[in-house]
Design a protein around this ligand. Structure first.
Ligand SMILES: Nc1ncnc2c1ncn2[C@@H]1O[C@H](COP(=O)(O)OP(=O)(O)OP(=O)(O)O)[C@@H](O)[C@H]1O
Ligand SMILES: [Mg+2]
Length: 353
């Protein structure tokens, strides 16, 4: 019969050069699951900085376990979580493998934290979040940050013209966010090579998002960031949960396109934030009208006005609409956030006063 002891024994043959010992003694193995049909899954916790270089180690660990009798399939997953301080046996952490429940609610040197969310993917959250951050920094001379909480598909390195940036650290090992368009920007995309993206499971998403908030030098000692814009992944999953439970978020903006289906998803996002007690600051309609680049004629390709009506129905502010425009798209592709309408910024600023 396959058991955890034999698997750990096999894993003792895998040495981590940076730890100078094997991965079991170094406390890097956790969350082991053994299925009756011979499938084995476990995590190897690695330093977030070293993540991509650990791929050979991950493969060694898989082959070491694959050699055991009765093993049909092995999946070893790298997680960019630091080893938990307590060394509980692997099986004791299965329900909360990263000890997320024990992580305190964060206290951050940030005055207002605004999440940009949506129920449906691809409605323009990231594009809008970048534009809001840029405009806030430029107009009001506020100290502004932008956190890309989309760890599956980070967009901000590209949108903020920061592709290829490699993280730098303070003496206290905090990440120094690069500044682009006056905005301190942080994204998992700076840490992890997209081609070698880690596989993220629910608890890992939660810790990764938590660390993105916590481990960044958002402000110098004794200072505060005025506003942090958080670009959320689509939907109502683990990242949203972390935000609601662990981050002192001021409120959320919901971005929606005017189609019924997007609006139905926007309503889901609204409900989720409501049940987790995150205030809804308002709704923005994106890809609203289409202005013809040749003649200036306006067309309502996806319909129009649906988000305003929805906001009224839900009793939340309507913050404004953004046209579907080739220019916005081209700017995004070129690493420059578009110029968002002043009225949206004013409506947003009013909603957080
Ligand atoms: N108003 C707009 N006009 C034209 N193109 C737009 C507009 N808003 C967003 N786009 C384009 O739509 C695509 C999706 O935008 P974006 O990545 O911001 O969406 P998202 O909601 O963040 O997606 P995801 O859910 O995958 O994170 C991008 O190619 C972007 O350039
Ligand atoms: Mg996005």
């Amino acid at each position: 019969m396959l058991n955890q002891k034999d698997i750990l024994k096999a894993l003792e043959s895998v040495k981590d050069p940076s730890a100078g010992q094997d991965i079991v003694s170094a406390g890097m193995v956790s969350g082991m699951q053994i299925n009756a049909d011979g499938q084995v899954l476990f995590m190897i916790e690695v330093d977030p900085k070293a993540g991509p270089e650990m791929e050979p180690l991950r493969q060694q660990a898989e082959s070491a376990v694959a050699k055991l009798k009765d093993v049909q399939k092995v999946t070893a997953v790298l997680t960019a979580e630091k080893a938990a301080p307590e060394k509980a046996p692997a099986n004791d952490r299965s329900s909360d493998p990263h000890g997320m429940g024990k992580n305190p609610r964060l206290e951050l040197p940030i005055k207002k934290i605004i999440a940009v969310a949506s129920g449906k993917g691809g409605v323009g959250k990231s594009t809008v979040a970048a534009a809001i951050a840029k405009k806030l920094a430029k107009n009001s001379q506020l100290k502004v940050g932008l956190l890309d909480a989309d760890i599956y598909g980070p967009s901000q390195p590209k949108l903020m013209g920061l592709e290829g940036h490699k993280p730098e650290f303070t003496d206290e090992k905090k990440i120094i966010p690069p500044v682009s368009y006056g905005v301190k920007t942080m994204s998992i995309g700076f840490m992890v090579d997209e081609a070698k993206a880690l596989i993220w499971r629910g608890p890992m998403v939660q810790t990764a998002v938590y660390q993105l908030f916590r481990d960044v030098q958002w402000a110098d000692e004794g200072e505060e960031l005025d506003v942090l814009i958080v670009d959320m992944p689509p939907g109502t999953g683990d990242a949203q949960l972390t935000l609601a439970q662990k981050v002192p978020v001021t409120g959320a903006i919901i971005v929606s396109t005017p189609q019924d289906i997007a609006l139905a998803d926007a309503r889901k996002a609204y409900e989720m934030f409501k049940t987790t007690n995150v205030p809804i600051l308002g709704i923005i309609e994106n890809m609203s009208t289409h202005v013809c680049t040749n003649c200036g004629h306006e067309e309502h390709i996806f319909g129009h006005g649906g988000a305003r009506a929805e906001a009224e129905k839900l009793g939340v502010p309507f913050l404004g609409e953004i046209p579907l425009s080739a220019d916005i798209r081209a700017k995004a592709d070129g690493g420059e956030p578009f110029e968002i309408d002043e009225t949206i910024i004013t409506a947003l600023t009013n909603s957080i006063k």
